[in-house]
Design a protein around this ligand. Sequence first.
Ligand code: BYC
Length: 479
Amino acid sequence: MAIDYNQRIPNNVNLSDNRRLQRALEAWHPKFLDWWKDMGPEGFQGNDIYLRTAISVDSKGWANFGYVKMPDYRWGIFLAEPQADRRVNFGDHKGDAAWQEVPGEYRGVLRRLIVTQGDTEPASVEQQRLLGATCPSLYDLRNLFQVNVEEGRHLWAMVYLLDAHFGRDGREEAEGLLERRSGDPDKPRILGAFNQETPNWLSFFMFTFFTDRDGKMQLESLAQSGFDPLSRTCRFMLTEEAHHMFVGESGISRIIERTCQAMAGAGIDDPNDVEKIRGLGVIDLPTMQRQVNLHYALSLDLFGSEISTNAANAFSAGIKGRYRETRIEDDHRLVDDTYPVMKLVDGVFKTVAESALPALNARLRDAYVVDCQKGVRRWNKVIVASGVDFRITLPHLAFNRAIGVFKGVSATPAGDLLDAGEWMRRRDQWLPTGDDAAFIASLTTPEVEPGAYAGWIAPPRHGINNMPGDFEYVRLARP
Ligand code: BYC
C-alpha cells in the first residue's frame, strides 16, 4: 500500500482514477492552505522542522523523518489496508458485507459523525496556534508541530470521506470545517472542549493526554464501522494518534519529574508549600491536579450523554461500534442486554442497570476512564520514586460536568455533593485559577538552544527517531 507522492495530493486511493473527486479535493486544497496560514501555528512557517511523513500505511513503512517546512507538509489521503471479506460486525446488519458506499438510510447519521470528528481536528490546531512562542525546547516545539500537521491531515481524512461519498452536501460540509473557529461565539466549533483555550504548555500536555485520548476512543469506535472507508480511514489515523498521547503523557511526566527533583534539591517535603516550590521555578503538584480536574471533566463531556438514542441508533445501524468491538464476546446486537450506569438517584450516586444500546456512550466513557487511570498510575510512579507525599487522582465522574446525567450537579472531585453556592466558593481549590495562569505565564520564556530545556521540565529519555540530545529539531535563523 505505497503512497503515491508524485501527485499534488499524496494518496493511496487511486485518486487519479476519479477525476470528479480529484477536482473537488484540488479545489479545497488552497482553501485549506489559506486556513493553515491564518489559523495554523503562529510563526515558524518558514523554518525547517524535523517531521515524520507517511510513506506507506503498513506498520513498518509509514514513518519517514526529514526536515520539512510546515506549509510544504505532504497532507494527503491515507487509508489502512483493506481487510478481505470484511463484514458489518455489529447491530441490525451484523454479518452483511461491509459497505463500500454510504447506505441511503444512514446518510444523515454518518454525515453527522464524520463532520463532528472532522471539526475537532482544525479546532485543536486553532487552540494551539500561539504555543510556539513559549516552547520549553526545540524537541517540544517539534512535537507540537508534528501534532498540528497530523491534525491537519486528519481533517483531510474526513474531507476525503465527505467529498467522496456525500456529493454536494459533503462539499459544503468540507467548506464549513474551514469556516468555524475555536472559541468564536458566532461560529464556534461543534464540541465543548474544542472551544476552550490552550493557553500554555501545561494545558497542551493535558489536552494531548486527555482530549487526544477521547480521540483514540472515538476513532477506535468508528474504526469498527460497517462503512468500510470510514473504518479504514480511522484505522490509519489511530497510528498517528498514539504519538499525540505520548506527547501528553511524557510531557506531564517530565514536568512532575522536574518538580520533584527541584523539591528534593531544596529540601522541601511538603507538596502544598506552593509558594516555596513556585519560587524554584517549577510547577507545584496541586496546580497540576487542578489542570487534571479541568481537562478530565471537559473530556468526559466529549462522550455525549450517558443515555443517548443517537448512540443506540448509530450502533444498531452498524455505523459506530464499541471500543474493540470484535474482541468482545457477546451477540454484538445488545437488544436485550443491560449495562450498569452511575447516576444520581434521590441525592445518592447509584449504579443502575440501563438498556445496553442507549448506554453505549457511558460504556465507551468507562473504557476511557480505565485508559486514563493507567497513565495517571505511571505519573504517580514518578512521584512515588521521588519520595514526595502526593498522588494525582482523577476526579469523580460528576465533578464539573456540562453534558449528561451529571450536568449541573455540584459535586466535589471526591464525589461529595454540595449546594451550588458552597461549590462556587470552593471552586478555586479544584480548578485552575487566575493565579495559576499568571504563574505559568511567568515561566514561559522560550528555550530554543539545541539540547536545552526550560527549568520546569525534565529532558526526555530519548530523542525523536533516536536523535542525539542536542539535535536541532527546528532550524531557527541564528546570529
Ligand atoms: N459538546 O445523544 P448525545 C478528537 C451534542 S476527539 C457539545 O448526548 P451523541 C481529537 C451532540 O452533538 C474525538 N455538544 O450524544 C482530539 C448532539 O447534538 P445534535 C472527536 C455535545 O450524539 C484531540 C446532542 O448533544 N470525535 O478526535 O451520542 C485533538 C445530543 O448528543 C457534546 C467524535 O466525537 C459536547 N461535549 O454523542 C484533535 C466522534 N456532546 O446532533 C482531535 C464523532 C454531545 O443533536 N462524534 N453534544 O445537534 C460522536 O460520536 C458523537 O457526536 C458524540 C456525541 C460522541 C460527540
